[in-house]
Design a protein around this ligand. Structure first.
Ligand code: GH3
Ligand code: MG
Length: 456
């Protein structure tokens, strides 16, 4: 995995040093010697991740971080604060300024690449979701709030270790929000099952475990869809750097070195949980936006926009494969009379009921849409004429067979008129809809409650 990293430090030798190490691992590197320069470059060049020194003249690292996180063009770029060793207060201030992670000087390779890779993975995931969001919805612009800070309360942490309780973990949990509780599991197989069931929100893996290969556990967790994204934190002893590097290659999200600093542990747990929650939030908000963008809210059918996109695709596919495709245009008869006689609400109820009967009359592979007030279109891919006619008959009788019950108990007879057209060579979505529409008007002229076909 590669990424574009912006290195920010007022001391040029520091910049050069990090730059060389990142380049050696095939990262692309941008550099800045001040906070302001960092902001300008970030806005213009959109790096994937920013390594930001804390102690700088002018804008210091915290101020720079705050400004990056407040700027519309840079708020989504992960920031790693580079702090002097033993500056515990700096770490807390960094996280408060909105930093996504921190590294302590002198920066060790393993820590550097672990943080950079993990944040790059996170950014790729959120970028993908942000792009889908933007593409899928002209409405519903994604706000900063959708990404920033998922809810980090209420998390279950599973610690997999066969060496008894980890003192630092117990101490660390004192620094965690109240609703994060740590559960221990000695049996790696049991742990794996719980993880695959999606039970823990975060997993600690003790790399010193003896009853089961901890690396095998990491890869087994990552091999399953359900647990592919679960935050995994490795706990490693100083002499376990080789295993740790393997674990990071296998997709461990982060690690903590023994002797574990309880506050650091708490900060890392919170960061991981927050990241996971923000991805979940982004997904949910994406699904919701998509649904609003493509579903007609009154009837639950697809809307005109979806027909325009998806319909064109179906037409192109049918033309490429040579399969039959048929189109129905359906319009409720004398619908204005329903509104005028029984009121708009009764009209809405009729629309919902007709839509529901339509949905039940067509097949899952057919695309049924509400194209306008009381007008519907159905595209039926891979459907020969005889089957299309059968489906049109089914729609006609499903609507007329039984009256629609209004909220006040009255029963209303409702019928529809239908136009049917088949796809011919030169057709586009617009032209097949037009043909079906013309056929529909013939059904209206000829007395309604009937189907008119136009041949290809
Ligand atoms: P025809 O048989 O020729 O189709 O006659 P019609 O009365 O169905 O057609 P017309 O186009 O004259 O009237 C359609 C009516 O549908 C007019 C409009 O007020 C009503 N309408 C459109 N959208 C909605 C809606 O969402 N809810 C309700 N209740 N009525 C709607
Ligand atoms: Mg009508």
């Amino acid at each position: 995995m590669t990424a574009r990293v912006l290195v920010v430090d007022d001391l040029e030798p520091n910049v050069k040093l990090l730059e060389a190490r990142l380049r050696a691992e095939y990262f692309e590197v941008l550099t800045a010697l001040s906070g302001q320069e960092a902001i300008d470059i970030a806005v213009e060049q959109q790096p994937d991740i920013i390594l930001l020194d804390v102690m700088m003249p002018g804008l210091d690292g915290f101020q720079t971080c705050e400004m990056l996180k407040a700027h519309d063009d840079t708020w989504h770029i992960p920031v790693v604060m580079v702090t002097a060793l033993d500056q515990q207060a700096d770490r807390v201030a960094g996280l408060q300024a909105g930093a996504d992670d921190f590294l302590t000087k002198p920066v060790q390779d393993i820590a550097l690449f672990a943080r950079v890779k993990s944040l790059t993975r996170f950014k790729q995931m959120t970028d993908e979701l942000r792009h889908r969001h933007a593409a899928g919805a002209a409405m519903g612009v994604l706000s900063k709030a959708d990404l920033a800070g998922g809810d980090e309360e209420q998390a279950t942490i599973l610690a997999v270790t066969d060496r008894g309780r980890v003192a630092a973990l117990d101490q660390g949990s004192e620094h965690l929000p109240k609703h994060m509780n740590v559960v221990y599991e000695e049996d790696a197989r049991m742990a794996l099952e719980a993880i695959r069931r999606g039970e823990p929100d975060l997993v600690f893996i003790d790399l010193g475990m003896e009853s089961y290969d901890p690396l095998r556990l990491c890869s087994a967790i990552r091999a399953f869809d359900n647990s592919r994204l679960a935050p995994l934190l490795a706990i490693a002893e100083q002499e376990q750097t080789r295993q740790l590097i393997r674990a990071l290659d296998l997709g461990v999200s982060d690690y903590i070195m023994a002797p574990v600093d309880a506050q650091e542990l708490a900060a890392r747990v919170r960061t991981q949980v927050r990241r996971m929650r923000s991805i979940e939030k982004l997904r949910a908000s994406f699904d919701q936006t998509m649904e609003l963008a493509i579903i007609d809210q009154l009837t639950g059918l697809y809307n005109r926009r979806f027909l325009a996109n998806q319909g064109s695709r179906l037409i192109e596919e049918a033309k490429a494969s040579g399969d039959d495709l048929h189109c129905l245009m359906i319009d409720i008869d004398h619908f204005k009379l329903v509104n005028d006689t029984y009121g708009h609400e009764a009209g809405d109820d009729v629309l919902k009921e007709v839509s529901s009967r339509l949905t039940h009359s067509v097949r899952g592979s057919d695309l049924a849409c509400r194209t306008g007030g009381e007008e519907f279109a159905v595209l039926m891919p891979r459907t020969p004429r005889a089957s299309a006619k059968e489906i049109a008959d089914r729609v006609l009788s499903a609507v007329s067979a039984e009256g629609v019950h209004l909220a006040d108990g009255q029963r209303l007879d409702v019928t529809v008129s239908i136009g049917m057209a088949s796809l011919s060579e030169g057709d586009s979505l617009a032209s097949i809809l037009k043909k079906a529409d013309e056929a529909l008007y013939r059904s209206k002229e000829n007395g309604r409650n009937q189907i008119t076909e136009v041949a290809a």
